[in-house]
Design a protein around this ligand. Structure first.
Ligand code: HEC
Ligand code: HEC
Ligand code: HEC
Ligand code: HEC
Ligand code: HEC
Length: 495
């Protein structure tokens, strides 16, 4: 058997080109097998290896196969022999003798061709599968996708594949995404793309088709109690609490509607905006379960005609940062203090850390050095005692801040703090207030509601304790009516 194979190989490789073809095909095939085995057993997990195994190897394999007939053609041309004469020269007469199912040679060629087809289809299937993996999407075009990759890995969706949100199911979605992918690869190779990548992403599969695989409006009921801790800019970085009871119900059957009312089964909200960024609304329409509709126009843009096509609101109009979560600098620092990674015993640590993070640096290297220099200098000059006694805490603070800037700042893509604002909330960005404001009014001059307790009950707001407004206020305290109002509103909210 081995001898037969050797004879066959010697036979088909007529000249150097043919030999090169045979050597290439065989080595690529063997290396492919080794890589594949190593990857299957988890011995190597490098993303670029995937690129080599599934993109480079199959291409080399095909080139190798093609070289063999090219070698034949060359020899035929140089020697002037025809195929028959060449076959006679290369192979035993026994092998080219016509037999029951063609000659031995023809049977061998058919067997090898079938084997190659099987190998190549298996490799293409693996390749398609690999190109659907998050590792591929996140690391193949390293510079371009790095910010999304880094933020994705820290998000609640770190185990959800990129394609589950960006492509969705169905053959046409697959083909569209592959074509789009090829275009993007070319643009990335030629280095012509926007930095940062512009949002909203228009090619995103409609959110209701992707997100609702795992989350659906009937599931959003009741309220969600959320406490966040922030730290004051004073010397002790004093903790302060904000507690909201966020109303997330989709509404209906006696439930008080909350944020998911917009995507409830029988409701719809659509809007046109001034710009593609969907920040300044021109006209907003609502349709309620009972079939009634309301139209709100922005009084500041009467007669404005430069606007976008109407868009039906879906998950992404609020959850635009469901996965690529770019926190703002203050939240990052608050979290690090809460986790004990920044030591509150360092005087003014919140204030100084924030200043160090918010300074803009041209490169990541400059950021690393800049953060170190700034923190070292400030503490040496202003708090010499702390700088001497708390060297460990200070060094740790510097490392933490350097890590934060690596996660959220990407100079190569022009991504700085605030490049990708989130639409949830309204404290730092417009968010909900893009529509819930006094400017959008209906024909009766009524605006879309925007009172402070329609979306959440407020139980504490940068207060010394978590449930500040639930505690009995002193008689006669100036804020007493507010305490009472907020407490009663919370207790009366219907589930
Ligand atoms: C849970 C769903 C989800 C997953 C998983 C997901 N994305 Fe996204 N992606 C989004 C949404 C939503 C947007 C924002 C769309 C918008 O603002 O219009 C987005 C935006 C982007 C953008 C545009 C720039 C930006 O930051 O907004 C890129 C690039 C991107 N995603 C790449 C990826 C890659 C690569 C992966 C996998 C490593 C991935 N996404 C995984 C939902 C997802
Ligand atoms: C393949 C399933 C899947 C898909 C698709 C998916 N998610 Fe999720 N989502 C999850 C899982 C799992 C969690 C994490 C739950 C947890 O950590 O408790 C989650 C969590 C969330 C959370 C809560 C985050 C938090 O901080 O608690 C939001 C909001 C969310 N998803 C929105 C979306 C949106 C918007 C989309 C569409 C762009 C989407 N999801 C698509 C599975 C999915
Ligand atoms: C009008 C804005 C808005 C829209 C539209 C919206 N959401 Fe939400 N969603 C919110 C808010 C606000 C919260 C609460 C935020 C928080 O918990 O921090 C929330 C919370 C969630 C959560 C966490 C729920 C929990 O039980 O903790 C998930 C999951 C989610 N949304 C998914 C979706 C999906 C899927 C869609 C589209 C079908 C959608 N949302 C549409 C505003 C919206
Ligand atoms: C694109 C515009 C738009 C955005 C953005 C938007 N809303 Fe709305 N929202 C509306 C409209 C329109 C209504 C219905 C008003 C009406 O018909 O009375 C509504 C209704 C609601 C209701 C139901 C009120 C009730 O009692 O019936 C809640 C709660 C709500 N929104 C919360 C939110 C939250 C929270 C956000 C941000 C996360 C948000 N909305 C963002 C347009 C918007
Ligand atoms: C249209 C809905 C809506 C209205 C109206 C609204 N809020 Fe909010 N608010 C939100 C949402 C959504 C969040 C984000 C919740 C989260 O953290 O996920 C939020 C967050 C907050 C926060 C917490 C910010 C943080 O840093 O954690 C405070 C404080 C707050 N709102 C106060 C107010 C006050 C005061 C008003 C009245 C002027 C008001 N809100 C009106 C929807 C609303």
């Amino acid at each position: 058997m081995l001898l037969k194979y050797k004879n066959f190989i010697r036979g088909v490789s007529v000249n150097r080109v043919g030999k090169l073809g045979v050597i290439l095909t065989t080595t690529v095939f063997i290396t492919f097998l080794i890589f594949e085995t190593a990857q299957t057993f988890g011995l190597i997990r490098n993303a670029y290896l995937g690129l080599i195994t599934y993109l480079v190897f199959p291409v080399l394999f095909i080139i190798g196969l093609l070289l063999i007939p090219i070698g034949w053609a060359q020899v035929k041309k140089q020697s002037g022999k025809n195929t028959g004469e060449l076959l006679n020269q290369q192979f035993d007469t026994k092998e080219i003798e016509p037999g029951f199912l063609g000659s031995t040679l023809i049977r061998t060629i058919i067997a090898f061709t079938l084997l190659n087809v099987v190998i190549l289809s298996a490799a293409s299937l693996r390749m398609l599968h690999f190109m659907d993996s998050s590792t591929f999407c996140g690391t193949a075009c390293h510079t371009v996708m790095n910010p999304e990759w880094v933020t994705y890995q820290q998000s609640p969706h770190a185990r959800v594949k990129c394609v589950e949100c960006h492509v969705g199911e169905g053959v046409d979605a697959l083909i569209k995404s592959k074509l789009n992918g090829i275009r993007q690869m070319v643009l990335a190779a030629l280095s012509i793309y926007h930095r940062p990548i512009p949002t909203p992403v228009h090619q995103l599969r409609p959110a209701r088709e992707t997100c609702e695989h795992c989350h659906w409006p009937e599931k959003f009921f009741g309220q969600r109690l959320k406490t966040s801790i922030s730290y004051a800019l004073d010397s002790l970085s004093t903790p302060q609490y904000t507690t909201l009871n966020i109303k997330i119900d989709a509404g209906g059957s006696g439930h008080q509607p909350g944020a998911h009312w917009h995507v409830g089964n029988d409701n719809q909200v659509s809007y046109t905006s001034l710009e593609d960024k969907r920040l300044t609304m021109i006209e907003v329409q609502s349709r309620h379960a009972d079939g009634s509709t309301r139209i709100f126009r922005n009084r500041r843009f009467n007669g404005q005609d430069n606007e976008t096509k109407p868009r039906v609101m879906d998950c992404i109009d609020c959850h635009n940062r469901a996965t690529h979560i770019y926190k703002n600098a203050e939240d990052v620092i608050d979290e690090q203090i809460r986790l004990g990674k920044l030591d509150r015993r360092l005087p003014y640590i919140k204030k100084e850390a924030l200043a160090a993070l918010l300074t803009s640096y041209p490169t990541l290297d400059a950021a690393e050095k800049g953060i170190f220099n700034r923190m070292a200098n400030v503490y040496k000059r202003q708090f010499p005692e702390a700088a001497l006694k708390q060297t460990g805490a200070l060094a740790q603070a510097v490392t933490q801040l350097q890590e934060a800037s690596l996660t959220y700042i990407h100079p190569q893509m022009n991504i700085v703090w605030g490049s990708y604002p989130s639409h949830i909330g309204h404290q730092r960005e417009l968010g909900c207030f893009r529509c819930h404001n006094a400017d959008l009014i209906d024909e009766n001059n009524q605006s879309i509601r925007h009172d402070c307790t329609m979306c959440h009950s407020i139980l504490a707001m940068e207060s010394p304790s978590r449930f500040e407004y639930l505690t009995e206020p002193f008689e006669g305290v100036r804020a007493e009516p507010m305490y009472r109002y907020l407490r009663d509103e919370f207790l009366q909210t219907k589930y």
